[in-house]
Design a protein around this ligand. Structure first.
Ligand SMILES: Cc1cc2nc3c(=O)[nH]c(=O)nc-3n(C[C@H](O)[C@H](O)[C@H](O)COP(=O)(O)OP(=O)(O)OC[C@H]3O[C@@H](n4cnc5c(N)ncnc54)[C@H](O)[C@@H]3O)c2cc1C
Length: 310
C-alpha cells in the first residue's frame, strides 16, 4: 500500500511543486542525489574513481512539455559529457526519452538523443537509454532500433525491467541483436496485465533474465542492490566460466555503498548511477517507495529538525 501510495504521489505535479520548495525534503533527496549542478555529479564520479568504481551520470528530469525544455536538457547532457572528458573520467551517461521530448515529437527526441550519442562517441563514451513506465517500452525500443542503433551501435544501450511480463521476449531479441542491456526490476507502478504483481515473481524473473544475459548478452549490467541476486550472479558466472570483466553490477548513488565497495574489492566491475539536478522529486519518491524504512528515516529527520533536543 505504502509503495503504491508513494509511486502515485511521484506523478502528482501539485505535490512536486510543494515538495521542491521544502528544505527538509531536499535534505532527504540529497541522500540519493549528488546535487543540483554538473560539478556536483562530476565530484561524486571523481570520488568513486578513487575507489575504482565507475559512474553513469543522469541529469534529473522527465516528461518535458515543450521543445525548449528538451533542448535545454540535451545541452546539459552535452556539457556533462564534455566535463567528464575534461576530467579524464569515463564518459557515461543515462538519459530518459521523455526528458528529450518523447511526448512532444519523436523526431525532436531522436535528434536530441543522437546529438548526445554523437558527442559521447567523440569522447569514446557510452549512453544508456533509461526505461520509463510500460507505456513507453515498445516506443523506446523502436526508437533505439530505428533511429539510434544504426548510427551508434554499441555506444548506446537500453534497459529492461524484470517486472514486465514481456521482458523475456525483449531480452531474447536484444541478445540476438547484440545490444547492451541493463537489467533492473522496474521502478514504476504498472497494471497487472503488463507486470507481475508479486515481488517474488519479479525477483524470479530477474534471476532468469540475468542468467540468459550472463550466458549470451553483450556486457550486461546487473542493476540491483539485492544481495541474494548479486551472490547468485557471481556463483552462476563462476560455474559457467564467465569472467568478471564480461559483465558489471550497477547500483544507485546513496544505496548500499558497503556492498559496492565489497564487490569491487572482490574484483567485480561496479558502476554507480549518479543523478543530479533540481528535478529530483519523482526520483526521490521512487527511492522511498523501494524501501519503506527510508520514509521512517525521513520522518525521523524532519521531526528531529522541528523539535531539536535542547
Ligand atoms: C543503476 C540502476 C539503474 C536503474 N535504471 C532504471 C531504469 O532505467 N528504469 C527503471 O524502471 N528502474 C531503474 N532502476 C531502479 C530499479 O528498477 C529498482 O527500482 C531499484 O533498483 C530497487 O530494486 P532492487 O533491484 O535494488 O531490489 P529491491 O528488492 O527493491 O531491494 C533489494 C534490497 O536493496 C536495498 N535497497 C533497494 N532500494 C533501496 C533504496 N532506495 N534505499 C535503500 N536501500 C535500498 C534494500 O536493502 C533492499 O532490501 C535502476 C536501478 C539501478 C541500480
Amino acid at each position: 500500500m505504502l509503495r503504491h501510495g508513494l509511486l502515485w504521489l511521484s506523478e502528482r505535479r501539485g505535490v512536486y511543486n510543494f515538495v521542491r520548495r521544502n528544505r527538509l525534503a531536499w535534505r532527504m533527496a540529497s541522500r540519493f542525489v549528488a546535487g543540483e549542478a554538473v560539478e556536483d555529479a562530476v565530484q561524486v564520479a571523481l570520488n568513486l574513481r578513487t575507489r575504482d568504481i565507475g559512474a553513469t551520470v543522469d541529469f534529473l528530469g522527465e516528461s518535458v512539455a515543450a521543445p525548449p525544455a528538451a533542448l535545454a536538457a540535451r545541452d546539459k547532457y552535452l556539457a556533462i559529457l564534455d566535463q567528464l572528458h575534461t576530467e579524464n573520467l569515463e564518459v557515461n551517461v543515462s538519459v530518459k526519452l521523455t526528458q528529450m521530448g518523447f511526448d512532444i515529437d519523436e523526431n525532436l527526441c531522436a535528434s536530441n538523443v543522437c546529438a548526445i550519442a554523437t558527442r559521447a562517441k567523440e569522447h569514446g563514451g557510452f549512453v544508456r537509454i533509461d526505461m520509463e513506465s510500460s507505456e513507453y517500452t515498445q516506443r523506446t525500443l523502436d526508437l533505439y532500433r530505428t533511429r539510434v542503433a544504426p548510427q551508434f551501435g554499441n555506444c548506446v544501450g537500453v534497459v529492461i525491467q524484470s517486472a514486465l511480463r514481456r521482458s523475456a521476449d525483449d531480452i531474447q531479441q536484444l541478445i540476438d541483436e547484440g545490444v547492451r542491456v541493463r537489467l533492473c526490476k522496474g521502478a514504476y507502478l504498472e497494471p497487472q496485465d503488463v507486470a507481475f504483481p508479486k515481488k517474488a515473481d519479479v525477483d524470479a524473473n530477474f534471476v532468469a533474465l540475468m542468467e540468459r544475459l550472463l550466458l549470451k548478452g553483450n556486457h550486461p549490467a546487473i542493476a540491483t542492490h539485492d544481495e541474494r541476486i548479486i551472490r547468485h550472479a557471481q556463483h552462476f558466472a563462476s560455474q559457467h566460466g564467465i569472467a568478471a570483466d564480461r559483465f558489471e553490477f550497477q547500483m544507485l548513488y546513496g544505496v548500499r555503498r558497503d556492498l559496492q565497495q565489497q564487490l569491487r574489492a572482490g574484483g567485480a566491475g561496479v558502476r554507480v548511477y549518479i543523478p543530479f539536478g533540481s528535478q529530483w522529486y519523482p526520483y526521490l519518491m521512487r527511492r522511498l517507495a523501494e524501501r519503506p524504512s527510508n520514509v521512517a528515516f525521513m520522518v525521523g529527520n524532519i521531526m528531529r529538525e522541528m523539535w531539536p533536543r535542547s
